[in-house]
Design a protein around this ligand. Structure first.
Ligand SMILES: [Zn+2]
Length: 343
């Protein structure tokens, strides 16, 4: 009875519903996009969700991260999400990791079909991830997911939202279809939700489209979206952007999985006993440095030392791309960096 409205919808039907209940989806990132997509899939009767997030719930999250409540502030998002999702639909299985997804743990956190033997174990079908939702906030993790999914031929759905704008793109690994590295460049990303703001309307819209595409991919429908979708909810703009496969793409054309192999891993290394971590990235030019300073100013106190800036006594960014971060551990350092600086 629970899924009757979906079963009556002819594109899903009883058979489609059964298929959903036997499928496992991994959601990476449980912020605005990930938490809403997790809720929609839970209500829709997905079989199992694997949820991964390294952050804790903070008060400014409640404006758009529908799953969390005031009492969750301070809790790891992965655990808070599971608690709420269980009360919505106890039939769904959940596996949660309050952890930073990286090249060392991705194989364990996202279990996939690897051999023909696995295929024959029908009972095991529920436990193998058939689709990944990329709901992260940083390019490094996105490119890691991209490498992993292209290499293992698993579909994933890229989603992002900042300000009033959002993007969705289905990556279906095949000889002729593009991946996200075909159109996203490694250049420094300066717009983050912390420095640019984000509306709860765009994140909810993007999650709705993402879950819709997820259901179509799981049910192997013929109308899976091939274009990059762009929405601006403030201007009511919608564009479908055709993405061509880049014949020189490092990932999907050359199968050079730099992020999965750990060659591009930005390690937040502990420096001394004083809880200071260093993150090394590409150097930034003067214009980018100015822009970064202006954006950080909206969020806290910025002191400009010429060759570096200090933000809120938490992050010091040098022009050579180095950042020193005060944090209690490696994860918090990376999290602060991607929130306030970007990639
Ligand atoms: Zn590519």
């Amino acid at each position: 009875m629970r899924y009757i409205r979906q079963e009556v919808f002819s594109e899903i039907g009883k058979k489609g519903q059964q298929n959903l209940s036997q499928s496992t989806v991994a959601i990476i990132g449980l912020g605005a996009l990930g938490s809403v997509s997790a809720e929609l899939l839970t209500r829709a009767g997905i079989g199992k969700l694997i949820l991964v997030d390294r952050d804790i719930v903070e008060l400014p999250n409640l404006q758009r991260q529908n799953l969390y409540e005031e009492k969750d502030v301070g809790k790891p998002k992965a655990l808070a999400a599971k608690e709420h999702l269980k009360t919505i639909n106890n039939e769904v299985k959940f596996e949660v990791f309050a952890d930073d997804l990286n090249h060392k743990n991705i194989d364990q956190l996202i279990p996939i079909k690897k051999s023909i033997d696995d295929k024959n174990k029908i009972n095991d079908k529920k436990n193998k991830v058939i689709l990944v939702l990329d709901c992260t906030d940083n390019l490094e993790t996105r490119f890691l997911i991209n490498d992993f999914c292209i290499k293992n031929k698993i579909s994933f759905i890229y989603s992002s939202a900042v300000g009033s704008k959002g993007y969705i793109f289905n990556v279906i690994p095949s000889k002729n279809d593009p991946c996200i590295r075909c159109f996203l460049k490694e250049a420094m990303q300066l717009d983050t939700c912390e420095t640019f703001g984000v509306l709860n309307t765009i994140t909810n819209l993007i999650s709705s489209i993402q879950v819709n595409e997820a259901v179509k991919i799981i049910l192997k429908k013929s109308n899976i979206e091939k274009n990059l979708l762009f929405f601006d909810v403030w201007k009511n703009e919608l564009s479908k952007i055709k993405i061509n496969k880049n014949k020189n793409c490092n990932c999907c054309a050359k199968n050079n999985f730099e992020y999965l192999d750990g060659k591009k891993f930005s390690k937040a290394a502990k420096m001394c006993g004083d809880s200071i971590f260093q993150i090394k990235t590409k150097s930034i030019n003067s214009k980018q440095f100015m822009e970064l300073k202006n954006k950080l100013k909206k969020n806290g106190k910025v002191i400009d030392f010429g060759y570096c800036v200090n933000f809120d006594d938490k992050i010091t960014i040098f022009k050579d791309g180095r950042a020193l971060i005060k944090a209690k551990d490696d994860n918090e350092a990376k999290s602060l960096y991607s929130k306030f600086v970007g990639n």
